[in-house]
Design a protein around this ligand. Sequence first.
Ligand code: ZN
Length: 67
Amino acid sequence: MRIVKDKNKNIYIDKTGKLEGRGAYICYNEDCLNRLIKTKKLERVLGVKINEEIYNELRGVIIDKTN
Ligand SMILES: [Zn+2]
């Protein structure tokens, strides 16, 4: 799925794949998400702090998609 940062540094989950802004892609896989959280890779790629709320939302989308 695509995660997007807009010009105001807000982070969105881009469910349509069409939002404007700097994007990063992550797999629909909880292990991958856990790894991203642990390594802070997403924060490095997007250059912004990502709060727990966003990660929880991502986890929810992944769980929805894989069940
Ligand atoms: Zn992955």
